[in-house]
Design a protein around this ligand. Structure first.
Ligand SMILES: Nc1ncnc2c1ncn2[C@@H]1O[C@H](COP(=O)(O)OP(=O)(O)OP(=O)(O)O)[C@@H](O)[C@H]1O
Length: 548
């Protein structure tokens, strides 16, 4: 060790020892000083409390006493000893008040959880049951973790072998009890280990809600549905989030001829973002695909897409929807014929049959009901061909609807849409029906808009938070979110800028009319649309009309 460091450490030790000695030596003086201060304070208080007319006699009495003490033999010495003794007594260190020991949070909470689980897991006929009214949680909870706020974050529970852990309803009951005791404000993942009769519970941290619509790093044909947990995605992508660039794990849906899940069905609690999902998909597909949009609710939530380059039409009426879907069915057939012909001839298929076509249907069941009432064909029936042959014909169908309308979704839509999304706080049965498998996550009681779960093909469901893709015409939506959507639309914002001429849409080859089939339709650009696009304009400027 260098000499100066040795010196330094020696002097530090010396100073510490001297400090300790000094404090020991001066401790009695400190006590006496504290006691004398106490006496002076007491005397002052008495003096102030004495009425003015009695202060004179009091001074006289004290002076007489002092004189008496002075005159007594050794009186001053005895008085000084008495003063110091009383000062030492008054200045002694106050006793720390006895505090009750802190209750053990883990013990309190886990005892309550054990008691709540006992009615569901106890078996009175068992000789040594794991769960019984006089039992102890320490015998069944094999691991636990609390966060700094005292909330349960992880728990491992042992359950008896006779518990019916393969039945979704039995599991759901236990999950509800655990969530109730651990706090409904958070989501929990339940991992049932049926082999070892163990249930592992983990509280999930909230997903980010501050990711707005933007150009995502994805290959053509890949749609970023939203963002999930790190273990729910194989990769992360850079995203602009809260004013900075961050890496987030996306939920990616791969579409196109090689996709095993060529169509998507999104069901959601009203107000939780199914229309936002349709807009998000439209904005991501528009750079390389053509769109047909059906707004079954007729609320004009997709009016921002009207007349955009690549958008064939945005239909809100039953008549318009039937015409558009009729055309889409025939277009699918035409593409298949052209692709087959190219394959037979050994040539590359023409470009107009390989450009992806997307059919986006928001609330189609509203049109189904209207069609039944008016005795007209169900628009969903017209999806049969695009759904069955869409993969080969590069036609992708996205259907979004209210979760309560699930029974009105046609069986062929339900059977062929292998990419599933469910949004909003749904019950275990609803999410099971929507995703096709029971969800191993208990949703929080309150979820932000755009929160849900996605299941691509036969994979496990993952948590999902949609990017905020608000309607740019919605005056109530935050301006920054509206601007983010406007920036992605393939056109300028005509509310603030001069109207720009609309690019003519790529002509779609009409099918030769079939003798037995319905009349073919073709897309035409409305002459008015060429003058420019007004975002506030309601009806679509592109219309289908039957071929002559
Ligand atoms: N990811 C999100 N982040 C922030 N706000 C969102 C998000 N998704 C949706 N919203 C907001 O939630 C509201 C409802 O969204 P949206 O219209 O998409 O829901 P919906 O399920 O289609 O509702 P409805 O069925 O009533 O039409 C809108 O104001 C929208 O801006």
């Amino acid at each position: 060790m260098p000499l100066n460091r040795l010196h330094f450490s020696k002097s530090r030790d010396l100073a510490r020892t001297a400090g300790d000695h000094a404090s020991d030596m001066f401790a009695p003086l400190t006590v006496l000083g504290r006691g004398l201060r106490h006496h002076v304070g007491w005397a002052k208080a008495r003096w102030q409390a004495t009425p003015k007319e009695r202060r004179g006699p009091t001074v006289f009495l004290v002076a007489a006493m002092l004189l008496g003490i002075f005159l007594l033999p050794h009186g001053l010495l005895f008085a000084l000893i008495a003063l110091m003794a009383s000062a030492a007594w008054a200045g002694r260190a106050p006793k720390a008040p006895a505090t009750a020991p802190e209750p053990d949070v883990a013990d309190l909470k886990l005892t309550a959880l054990y008691a709540a689980l006992t009615p569901y897991l106890a078996a009175p006929e068992e000789l040594s049951p794991l769960y019984h009214p006089e039992g102890n949680w320490k015998s069944v909870f094999t691991g636990w973790e609390f966060d700094p706020e005292g909330r349960l974050s992880r728990l491992e529970i042992a359950y008896p072998a006779y518990f019916t852990d393969t039945e979704p309803t039995a599991r759901a009951r236990i999950e509800q009890v655990v969530q109730g005791k651990a706090g409904r404000a958070r989501e929990y993942r339940f991992d049932w280990d049926e082999e070892s009769n163990k249930l592992r519970i983990a509280a999930l941290s909230p997903l980010p809600t501050d990711i707005a619509a933007q150009r995502f790093v994805a290959a053509p044909g890949e749609i970023v549905l939203g963002f999930t947990d790190e273990d729910g995605s194989a990769r992360t992508i850079p995203v602009h989030q809260g004013g900075a660039l961050a890496q987030q794990p996306p939920v990616v849906w791969r579409t196109g001829p090689r996709s095993a899940e060529p169509h998507l069905l999104a069901l959601g609690v009203s107000g939780y973002g199914t229309s936002s999902l349709i807009r998000s998909v439209a904005l991501q597909a528009l750079p390389y695909a053509d769109l047909v949009v059906i707004d079954g609710a007729g609320t004009g939530e997709h009016a921002c897409l009207v007349n955009r380059p690549g958008v064939h039409t945005v239909e809100t009426s039953l008549h318009g929807a039937l015409a558009a879907l009729h055309w889409a069915a025939q277009e699918t057939e035409r593409r298949l014929t052209a692709l087959n012909a190219a394959r037979h001839a050994g040539t590359a298929p023409p470009e107009d049959v390989t450009r992806p076509l997307w059919l986006l249907l928001d609330h189609p069941t509203e049109l189904t009901e209207l069609a039944h009432a008016e005795g007209r064909p169900d628009p969903q029936d017209l999806l049969e061909l695009p759904l069955r042959h869409g993969r080969a014909a590069r036609v992708t169908v996205v259907v979004a609807d209210d979760i309560e309308a699930r029974d009105r979704i046609s069986p062929s839509v339900r059977a062929t849409t292998r990419a599933r999304v469910v949004l909003g706080p749904t019950g275990p049965e609803e999410s099971h029906a929507a995703l096709g498998v029971p969800l191993d996550i208990a949703p929080a009681a309150h979820a932000p808009a755009g929160r849900g779960y996605a299941r691509i093909g036969s994979g496990a469901p993952v948590r999902l938070q949609l990017p905020a893709t608000v309607d740019p015409l919605d005056e109530d939506a935050p301006a920054a979110l509206r601007d983010a959507v406007i920036a992605l639309l393939p056109h300028r914002d005509t509310r603030t800028e001069a109207a720009a001429p609309v690019q003519p849409v790529q002509p779609v080859q009409p099918l030769p009319p079939r003798p037995d089939g319905p009349p073919a339709v073709r897309v035409e650009l409305d002459p008015e649309a060429r003058a420019g696009v007004d975002l506030a304009k309601g009806p679509a400027a592109l219309r289908f009309r039957p071929l002559a």
